[in-house]
Design a protein around this ligand. Structure first.
Ligand SMILES: Cc1ncc(C[n+]2csc(CCOP(=O)(O)OP(=O)(O)O)c2C)c(N)n1
Ligand code: SF4
Ligand SMILES: [Mg+2]
Length: 251
């Protein structure tokens, strides 16, 4: 039925402490909606990255089992958990700095081996938790606290497109990128998240969803302005969509 306001997932009982307008809270709630609908609310383990995602463990947001991983190591930690507990839904929840900079080796190695885990990575184009430093996802010319005149790509490298890279070069089960700034993108995000989790449940292999989000605090913008900037600038570099559909899905 259209226009249904979804109840809060039963597993969520606390208040997160993300900044006003941050996308993290919406992404995490959508993930938990999908987990609940798939019947895994009490059979999930989350390997958390270090970053603003750590807020989920620091502030007792929900009752899911979580593991605070060493910085960047969530892909390796989730691999170990899943191999020991194949009956449990195992996912990582990381930022772009954790998943695609410091943890790039762990992320690629898990994807390369086609581990039956799901990687959720929130790309907000900076290191949010530590005060807005440049990340590999930072846009060319984007000002951050470590690129005060704007990112110079000749010297600092070019934006990293992790989902596209994994989809094009490895053999994952499902890879997509979503955002959550209006009803259409929220519905699409939920479909992608569910596909990623179902790919794991069906034993199809590795799945990843990059969640393109805003960081109003470190971008120095109001939540509305940050959303506009995501739509007009960030999304040009990081298009939304599915880069590897599940086998059997229509093209
Ligand atoms: C080995 C190590 N280096 C650096 C840090 C400091 N640090 C903590 S969080 C973070 C960046 C996190 O950025 P990201 O993964 O993009 O998450 P966000 O906060 O933006 O959601 C850094 C560099 C650390 N904790 N450990
Ligand atoms: S610093 Fe940025 S990513 Fe972290 S909670 Fe605040 S708005 Fe969200
Ligand atoms: Mg980040």
């Amino acid at each position: 039925m259209a226009n249904v306001i979804k109840e809060k997932p039963s597993i969520i009982h606390g208040q997160h402490k993300f900044c006003a307008g941050c996308s993290h809270g919406i992404f995490y709630r959508l993930i938990q909606e999908c987990v609940e609908e798939l019947g895994y609310a009490k059979r999930q383990i989350i390997a958390l990255g270090v970053g603003c995602s750590s807020n989920l463990i620091l502030n007792d947001v929900d009752n899911s089992d979580k593991f605070q991983c060493a910085h960047g190591r969530a892909g390796a930690t989730a691999t170990g958990i899943k191999r020991m507990r194949p009956d449990v839904l195992v996912m990582t929840y990381q930022g772009d700095g954790d998943c695609g900079v410091i943890g790039l080796a762990e992320t690629l190695n898990a994807a390369y081996r086609n581990e039956k885990i799901t990687c959720f990575t929130v790309n907000n184009a900076n290191f949010g938790m530590t005060g807005g430093q440049m990340s590999w996802t930072t846009l060319p010319g984007q000002k951050t606290t470590t690129s005060i005149h704007g990112r110079e790509c000749e010297q600092n490298g070019w934006p990293l497109h992790l989902p596209e890279m994994i989809a094009a070069n490895l053999k994952p089960a499902y890879v997509a990128r979503c955002a959550v700034y209006d009803a259409k993108t929220v519905a699409e995000a939920k479909r992608y998240i569910k596909n990623a989790l179902e790919a794991q449940i069906n034993g199809e292999g590795y799945s990843m969803v990059e969640l393109l989000g805003v960081c109003p605090t470190n971008w120095g913008m109001s939540p509305l302005k940050a959303t506009e900037w995501l739509k007009t600038e960030l999304q040009k570099e990081y298009p939304l969509g599915e880069f590897k559909r599940r086998d059997g899905q229509d093209a």
